[in-house]
Design a protein around this ligand. Structure first.
Ligand code: LLP
Length: 434
């Protein structure tokens, strides 16, 4: 068995020029400028199908894309076409998922800090499932649902206390993490919430972390979930659904070993075969990461010791992962000459953390060359900021030999329209300046 992704090369080198599907990246740079995010429709579809096929043995399932990984409307719409629902974590993601045409019934809502206003918006939208993270949230949801004469379908998120073996900042399933109710308290809390009128409590949710390079912690967490299900059922509780979260890692370095989706599917089937539930999956990174590149232009090659600095026009505000998690993103010239160099790669932002790579062997580039950072389709554009008054950069979706700008560049001038001087200082200041 092979993953479909192996067969598809969304960013091929053709006649010496890197393309996104059938579109030469220099054409996109000429049309929309740099830096910009470029996504491949084929890669998104392929990953969505690979994941679904990997789970073919699971009869009753719901696939919900983790919107946080890439909330671009066009991306969400494409995934809705592929039959994916949405895993949301905020009222803002609810707005995005609904705007993309995702049916409310396929939307589920996780997150430790849902506000009353957000719960109301989700109830009024009629979303399919609330993942309750603490008892008080469950009580509030029940109360709000009762007031509307409805019952909220919900599952209880449990923290299985498993070390996912991933970066500490994206690990969520150890007992010291803020997510879910403690495994030891789950039985009692489930019983109390199940008795509330406004709730249809019908299962369990877990999610232990992201970018998991090993299936073993997931299997441990799932087995603990299985034990909890058995205990709850023997106490007479109904368990119809189990949400297994996301977390499947992707290879960021060429050749980096990662669990295959089909191996994940086999493990899930083996562990959950007797559960007799509908399983929900919340993949984010697996669906979107490899489908995106960040297109950038080399501004300068600046001498440095021991290695030169390749200064690119993308920065930590556009792609935060290296600065936040020391993440590796492969760098490649759009028109590689075959020559190589050892360099640091950095952006223009005024701090040393704005470094994408240190002492890395890369394609030789010079000022004015185009290059890409790879594997940025997940947790790329969505984590961008406007630090240093830099624009929010555009997003482009490619489909075969056509492309569309699916998010505009938000310029500093446009950003300024959302800032205001206070009435009491604006006028004197303007007068003084005049
Ligand atoms: N479900 C829940 C409840 C989550 O918290 C997450 C991710 C996912 C699903 C999707 O996980 P995935 O399949 O993408 O691993 N910004 C970080 C990643 C943060 C992940 C947060 N939660 C990064 O750039 O690596």
């Amino acid at each position: 068995m092979t993953d479909l992704m192996q067969a598809i090369q969304p960013f091929p080198l053709r006649d010496g020029v890197l393309h996104a599907e059938g579109v030469a990246l220099p054409d996109i740079a000429a049309a929309v400028g740099t830096p910009s995010y470029v996504y491949s429709s084929a890669a998104l579809r392929s990953a969505a199908r690979t994941f679904r096929e990997a789970l073919a043995p699971i009869r009753r399932k719901h696939l919900a894309f983790a919107v946080k990984a890439n909330p671009n409307l066009a991306v969400l719409q494409l995934l809705a076409e592929e039959g994916y629902g949405a895993d949301i974590v905020s009222g803002g993601e609810l707005v995005h998922a609904l705007a993309a045409g995702m049916p409310a019934s396929g939307i589920l809502y996780s997150g430790v800090g849902k506000t009353r206003r957000e719960l109301v918006a989700a109830l009024d939208a009629g979303i399919g499932q609330f993942n309750i993270e603490l008892e008080e949230e469950g009580q509030m949801l029940a109360m709000l649902a009762r007031a509307r004469g409805v019952r909220a379908t919900a599952v209880l998120r449990v923290n299985p206390d498993v070390d996912a073996g991933t970066h500490a900042k994206i690990s969520t399933g150890r007992k010291q993490n803020k997510f879910g109710v403690a495994y030891g308290d789950a039985f009692a809390i489930y019983g109390r919430l199940a008795a509330l009128d406004g709730l249809d409590l019908c299962g369990i949710a877990i999610h232990i972390g992201s970018q998991l390079a090993d299936l073993a912690p997931l299997e441990t967490a799932y087995r603990r979930t299985g034990a909890l299900i058995a205990a709850l059922r023997s106490a007479g509780h109904r368990i119809d659904r189990v949400d297994l979260g996301g977390g499947l890692g992707v290879a960021y370095r060429p050749g980096e070993p990662m669990p295959r989706a089909w191996a994940y599917g086999i493990m899930v089937d083996r562990v959950t075969r007797d559960w007799d539930v509908t399983l929900t999956f919340e993949p984010g990174r697996f669906i979107a990461a490899a489908a995106g590149v960040l297109l950038t232009e080399v501004v300068w090659i600046k001498p440095g010791a021991p290695d030169p600095h390749v200064i690119v026009d993308a920065a930590m505000n556009d792609l935060a992962r290296p600065a936040l998690y020391d993440a590796f993103h492969d760098f490649a010239a759009v028109e590689p000459s075959g020559a190589r160099m050892v360099a640091n790669i950095a952006g223009p932002v005024c701090e040393s953390g704005d470094t994408f790579a240190t002492g890395r062997e890369i394609d030789r580039v010079k000022a004015g060359d185009l290059a890409v950072f790879r594997t940025v389709g997940a947790y790329g554009a969505t984590m961008a900021s406007t630090y240093n008054c830099r624009a929010r950069i555009p997003e482009v979706l490619v489909d075969g030999d056509r492309f569309a700008v699916v998010a505009d560049r938000i310029t500093p001038e446009a950003m300024l329209r959302h800032q205001h001087l206070p009435e009491w200082t604006a006028r004197p200041a303007v007068r003084r300046a005049a």
